[in-house]
Write a protein that binds this ligand. Structure first.
Ligand SMILES: [Zn+2]
Length: 392
């Protein structure tokens, strides 16, 4: 027997479509686009290099009056710039302790926990803890560092107290979800007990690839990686360094913040095949941001680089839009008052500190930092050609 034109099956299909249409009208955004639309304002991210806590720096923060360490004056001049970004990150290249008599500098760093308070105060939102000094005080050093950071409300990634914690850190700001990774290729010959290998992120492409997949599955829009690697004091990345960074970009990392070599290195924007789509994507590489704070008083190591990026979700081609907003040379100044991290203004524009207020040797030093920075950043294929926007 032939079926009627509108049998029960056809009626069911029609009602189903009617239901979908109704739902689609009521829930237009979730059905048409399961992800939230791109945030119009995006996120600003400020990144600096290594905090290498040599004892002269630590001792300068000690107050004989209060018997406390107050590191805040070191960051006084740069605090407003660190605090201006939505997210500010840096590399905490030491371990933290509340047993002040156990403090030490190179080669086994152990610093007063009061540094964590100062970093929070200065505007840091996250610190990277995977570096060649992470194991200086063994597992207990990792644990005490993370406990003190947690106490002041400063998140960290790169080391873990529990294998249940994620090996990366996800932050969502203005609707943009970012995953922060911190990895090191070096541990100064120190090893974790085999049962606790997970406590420090050491470079492993399979592990990183798997973690990127997990982060993407969690809806992350961008992957930012701090990478501690390279030959110290070498001002340019080696071909092996370049290969390593590009391989990480090819795995899906969007921004790589290099550290460890105690000098700044070039910036580079590379186009690479996006492993998560059929399109190409941009990856921003900072081969090294240098020292943010240290007692290395010589040329190229007494300075660093502060980058501010604007990150925004883009729908087409899908991915992360990365814009370099600011690239600022930094100098670690030391005088009878202690250490101060200063931003270096262009020689023709002596801001923010009036030139007349600075002693002549310091003015000369700042000019040297500026020109050394230009030399490294400009003299690199694919790098930037000026120290103001547009950079690329
Ligand atoms: Zn290092």
């Amino acid at each position: 027997m032939p079926q009627p034109a509108f049998g029960s099956k056809s009626l069911f299909i029609l009602s189903f479509f009617a239901l979908i249409t109704t739902l689609n009208l009521e829930l237009a955004i979730p059905l048409s686009d399961p992800k939230s639309p791109p945030s119009p304002q995006g996120v600003t991210l400020t990144a600096v290099g290594d905090l290498v806590m040599h004892m002269p720096v630590v001792n300068s923060a000690f107050s004989a009056k209060t018997h406390r360490y107050d590191f805040r004056p070191i960051f006084q001049e740069i605090k407003s710039q660190l605090g201006a970004a939505d997210i500010t990150v840096g590399v905490l290249e030491t371990t933290l302790t509340d047993e002040h008599h156990l403090q030490s500098g190179y080669p086994r760093f152990h610093t007063s926990y009061q540094l964590a308070e100062a970093l929070r105060w200065a505007g840091f939102d996250l610190v990277f803890t995977a570096h060649n000094h992470a194991l200086d005080q063994g597992v207990s050093g990792i644990n005490s560092s993370l406990t003190h950071l947690e106490t002041v409300g400063l998140p960290a990634t790169g080391t873990r107290q529990s294998s249940q914690q994620k090996p990366y850190y996800i932050m969502e700001v203005n609707g943009l979800k970012l995953a922060f990774f911190s990895y090191t290729t070096l541990t100064n010959g120190l090893n974790l007990p085999s049962a606790r290998r997970w406590a420090l992120n050491t470079l492993d492409f399979n592990k990183i690839g798997w973690e990127i997949l997990q982060a993407k599955a969690a809806g992350v829009d961008g992957i930012i990686m701090a990478l501690h690697t390279g030959n110290e004091y070498a001002r340019y990345p080696s071909p092996a360094d370049q290969q390593l960074y590009q391989r990480l970009c090819a795995l899906g990392v969007d921004v790589i913040l290099g550290s460890h070599v105690h000098v700044i290195r070039p910036l580079e924007k590379v186009m690479i095949k996006d492993p998560f789509s059929t399109y190409s994507k941009t990856c921003l590489i900072a081969y090294s941001l240098g020292n943010f704070l240290s007692n290395q008083r010589w040329q190229y190591s007494d300075c660093g680089l502060m980058l501010t990026l604007h990150l925004q979700k883009k729908l087409w081609p899908p991915g992360l839009e990365i814009k370099l907003l600011n690239c600022t040379p930094l100098f670690v100044h030391r005088d009878y008052q202690g250490y101060r991290i200063l931003t270096v203004a262009p020689p023709e524009k002596p801001d923010p500190t009036p030139a007349s207020a600075l002693p002549t040797p310091l003015q000369e030093k700042l000019r040297e930092v500026w020109s050394d920075t230009e030399e490294i950043l400009f003299d690199w294929p694919g790098g930037i050609k000026q120290l103001h926007p547009p950079f690329f």
